[in-house]
Design a protein around this ligand. Structure first.
Ligand code: DX5
Ligand code: ZN
Length: 217
């Protein structure tokens, strides 16, 4: 079970400190939420922040692009040091092209879906994917509550992944905390993204350990 703390909720004035704290506490990846103010109604980070995280950690950087037409700017995130890039199925008429650009760059490839996007978008994508991301909130903001419907979607996606025989991790993002993480894992998640649950207090390392402890593993 992998945990990917999202720096959206970190203290950006002390980014390296916060990233270092979760790395020391056993974080697996660092999740960076890129928002463009168009695909989602919030604006966050770009390649410069990814490069700053790159300098702060040796952990894999998991970039979640919540931007329109991601295929146009993927190269900038590759150059900034990303290890995985996830694009939204809804963000472009050419998700396959976007996934190919990530693959061609040698990175882990992810495809994300919003809460009401039909899961059959994954049917023909499995061979191209390392990560399938189920949003368990509407993307754009941290600190929202886990949508109950995500549990069933994780179960269905895991069944589809297994039926396809795909080597792809299922990731869940949004509202993951000590009360929701275990259920998400039981439903099928292999990677938990957590923002406020980890960085929402003054001891991110302790909060990460508590989150992992809630999994009972
Ligand atoms: C939401 C982002 C998430 C966000 C999660 O649009 O994709 O990664 O940081 O924040 P929490 O864990 O606070 O719901
Ligand atoms: Zn995210």
């Amino acid at each position: 079970m992998l945990i990917a703390p999202s720096v959206l909720a970190a203290d950006l004035g002390h980014l390296a400190r916060d990233v270092g704290a979760v790395e020391a506490a056993g974080a697996d990846w660092i999740h960076v939420d890129v928002m463009d103010g168009h695909f989602v109604p919030n604006l966050s980070f770009g390649p410069v922040l990814v490069a700053a995280v790159r300098r702060a950690t040796t952990l894999p950087i998991d970039v979640h692009l919540m931007i329109d037409a991601p295929e146009d700017t993927i190269d900038a995130y590759v150059d900034a040091g990303a290890d995985a890039i996830t694009v939204h199925a809804e963000a472009t008429p050419h998700p396959h092209r976007a996934l190919q650009r990530v693959r061609d760059a040698g990175l882990r490839v992810g495809l994300a879906v919003n809460p009401l996007t039909p899961l059959h978008v994954f049917d023909d994508a499995w061979p191209d994917l390392d990560l399938a991301l189920v949003m368990s909130v509407n993307p754009g903001f941290g600190g929202q509550s886990f949508l109950a419907s995500a549990t069933r979607r994780l179960e269905r996606l895991r069944a589809a992944r297994d039926a396809a025989g795909a080597e792809c991790r299922i990731q869940v993002d949004g509202g993951i905390d000590v009360s929701t993480a275990r259920g998400a894992v039981d439903a099928g998640a292999d990677v938990l993204v957590a923002g406020s649950a980890v960085f929402g207090g003054n001891d991110p390392g302790a909060r990460l350990r508590a989150l992992r402890g809630s999994l009972g593993t």
